[in-house]
Ligand binder design. Structure first.
Ligand SMILES: Cc1cc2nc3c(=O)[nH]c(=O)nc-3n(C[C@H](O)[C@H](O)[C@H](O)COP(=O)(O)OP(=O)(O)OC[C@H]3O[C@@H](n4cnc5c(N)ncnc54)[C@H](O)[C@@H]3O)c2cc1C
Length: 328
């Protein structure tokens, strides 16, 4: 049963931020994740602050310098289908098109996608795990087939669930955050919290702050990007393994690249080892095999998720080969 809470629908951003001052107040965007959390009583909610009365937070606009600003309430469908995003920020359009099902993409927003709660069944179930203030991670010695292989810090083994966050991080996007002190921006790759830094939070957003937009810089002309997701079910499912690649190319040589993994760690996980293996190199077979081996070099799998190692290896090989074929 859903717990009792009050519901407000502010007509201005300032009012919405003011409403979040109360303990137990949460933001409601599309509600596709939040309503499940309420029903499952994952956290204590006393007030739901709807953003639906703030139309200024919707939509995609070009900004000076050639980048894009995507309002936090822009739906995942709008992002997946936006022609400019498909053309210039392909990884983001592909990531968005891999989120959940058509119905959830029509309702879910980019702000909610970045801030959604993890899917660990112990966290979502009736377990007082470390992330909920307890002193045990039940996944560490339990049913850990869908858990992380990097970044647990030996504390919490969730995987970050968003399909757009790795793409945004690879594309060097910034999160625009508005709070009582005004506006600040944070690179997407610094927005999510590792368990070793704070095991009870997923992002560095303060309780009375709102994600108002994401900002994408103008991509260099030679940038090509992609997002690949492997999942158990085709209809809808979270990533078992995924990767966002944003590569600057000079012919078939990789000048530079950013690679972020999904289904791998409690945050979108930057694979510096893959980046290092391909930087300055021609995408020949030897480079591709080296990069695929490098992706899991520092992995620490659990008892039931060792299958992720060949999955990541194979996926990186396939993705890099796909880049090469598209260059031919
Ligand atoms: C069956 C199912 C399958 C799913 N599959 C996937 C998947 O494959 N990939 C994927 O990435 N996601 C998936 N999701 C998660 C979710 O639907 C999407 O992430 C969606 O984009 C969330 O957006 P929302 O607007 O509905 O968020 P909400 O449910 O409204 O909010 C989610 C969380 O973010 C906070 N929040 C929302 N907006 C803001 C904001 N602007 N500022 C600050 N905090 C905010 C809320 O307080 C809440 O804690 C799935 C969900 C379900 C139910």
């Amino acid at each position: 049963m859903t717990p009792h809470f009050s519901y407000v629908r502010p007509g201005s951003l300032k009012e919405a931020i003011g409403q979040l001052r109360q303990n137990g107040a949460v933001v409601h965007a599309g509600g596709t994740d939040l309503l499940g959390c309420l029903r499952e009583k994952i956290f204590d909610v006393r007030k739901v602050v709807s953003l639906s009365g703030l139309p200024d937070l919707r939509g995609v606009e070009k900004v000076s310098g050639g980048g894009l600003r995507i309002g936090a309430l822009t739906t995942i469908t709008e992002i997946a289908e936006h022609p400019l995003i498909q053309k210039r920020y392909t990884a983001l359009a592909q990531g968005a098109s891999e989120v959940a099902s058509p119905q959830l993409r029509n309702q879910g927003t980019i702000g909610g996608n970045l801030c959604q709660k993890p899917r660990c069944w112990y966290y979502r179930g009736e377990f007082h795990c470390m992330r909920k203030g307890g002193d045990i991670c039940y996944a560490a010695g339990g049913e850990n087939q869908f858990h992380c292989i990097f970044g647990s810090g030996g504390r919490c083994y969730i995987v970050h669930p968003s399909d757009t966050a790795p793409a945004l991080a690879a594309l060097q996007a910034q999160v625009e955050i508005t709070g009582p002190q005004g506006l600040r921006t944070v690179p997407v790759d610094d927005f999510h919290a590792l368990p070793e830094d704070d095991v009870e939070r997923e992002t560095w957003l303060e309780p009375n702050e709102i994600v108002t937009a994401v900002r994408l810089p103008a991509p260099p002309p030679s940038l090509k990007s992609s997002y690949r997701k492997i999942r158990a079910r085709r209809s809808w499912d979270f990533a078992l393994a995924g990767a966002a690649l944003a590569l600057e190319l000079d012919g078939d040589r990789v000048v530079d690249g950013r690679v972020f993994l999904s289904g791998a760690a409690p945050v979108p996980w930057r694979s510096l080892s893959v980046e290092e293996a391909i930087r300055g190199k021609v995408l020949d077979d030897a480079t591709i095999v080296k990069a695929a081996d490098a992706v899991v070099k520092a992995a620490r799998p659990l008892e039931k998720n060792k299958y992720k190692l060949p999955l990541f290896r194979g996926m990186i090989q396939e993705e890099l080969r796909r880049f090469r074929e598209n260059l031919a």
